[in-house]
Design a protein around this ligand. Structure first.
Ligand SMILES: Cc1cc2nc3c(=O)[nH]c(=O)nc-3n(C[C@H](O)[C@H](O)[C@H](O)COP(=O)(O)O)c2cc1C
Length: 219
């Protein structure tokens, strides 16, 4: 069973989502020691956002008249879709930045959506594919918090990955990761520790389940 793993954090070794994704991958790897992994780390190697505009513009131009830039953008989009189609399971690690998704993740998604296979109205080639989404946020935006609803990443990601792409999505969330960094969050230390251990346990479980999907998801 092949795995595709996406990382998007810009925080390197301090990243909470990378740490959670590592736990998922470790459990998956323990069950499937010989299976291949394809990785894409947008935090380290972002895609250029100019590709997206070129790929969109190309759709209004007959193939023979497309510029080299437009052809390159479409070819990149196709290869990004190929990576996902070829994998039998996905790990997607995507933090909250500035109340939304990172520009690197948005660029990747936008470019993927220019490929005809992923277009609105087409049956998604990813339908039913098992995926684990790991997300982390420095604060907390749940019911009753002062900024309830300010996390505009998780809703969008769930719509795109779960509903638009049709992935069989398991979401693991960790919050209050800025406790210890932002003094205003100090009263929430205990809660932060609890969400850390809970999210780690859920990530391990998700990794074990991802490996089990081998039997149920056709290659
Ligand atoms: C540039 C930047 C912007 C951030 N914006 C927010 C934010 O709007 N809300 C929030 O709760 N945390 C915010 N954070 C904190 C991150 O969500 C938190 O550090 C999370 O653990 C990031 O995941 P990562 O460690 O995998 O990168 C921000 C962090 C960075 C570096």
């Amino acid at each position: 069973m092949s795995l595709f793993r996406l990382d998007t954090s810009v925080l390197g070794t301090r990243s909470s989502t990378i740490a959670l994704a590592d736990l998922v991958e470790r459990e998956w790897r323990a069950a499937l020691p010989d299976s291949p992994v394809v990785r894409r780390h947008l935090g380290e190697a972002p895609l250029s956002s100019t590709h997206w505009g070129a790929a969109v513009a190309a759709q209004f131009v007959p193939p023979a008249q497309r510029t080299a830039e437009q052809r390159e953008a479409l070819s990149l989009a196709a290869s990004l879709v190929d990576e996902l189609v070829a994998a039998e399971a996905l790990i997607l690690a995507a933090p909250l930045y500035n109340y939304g998704v990172s520009q690197h993740l948005k660029t990747w998604v936008d470019l993927l959506l220019t490929d005809p296979r992923m277009a609105a109205g087409a049956e998604s080639p990813l339908t039913g594919k098992p995926a684990v989404l790991l997300t982390a946020r420095g604060g907390a935006y749940g019911p009753g918090t002062p900024r309830e609803g300010w996390d505009h990443a998780i809703g969008w990601m769930s719509r795109i990955f779960g509903e638009v792409w049709g992935l069989d999505l398991t979401v693991v969330e960790r919050e209050l990761t800025l406790v210890g960094v932002d003094p205003a969050l100090e009263p929430f230390r205990e809660l932060a520790e609890r969400t850390r251990t809970d999210s780690e346990e859920r990530a391990r479980r998700a990794g074990r389940n991802l490996a089990l999907c081998k039997e149920t998801f056709p290659a």
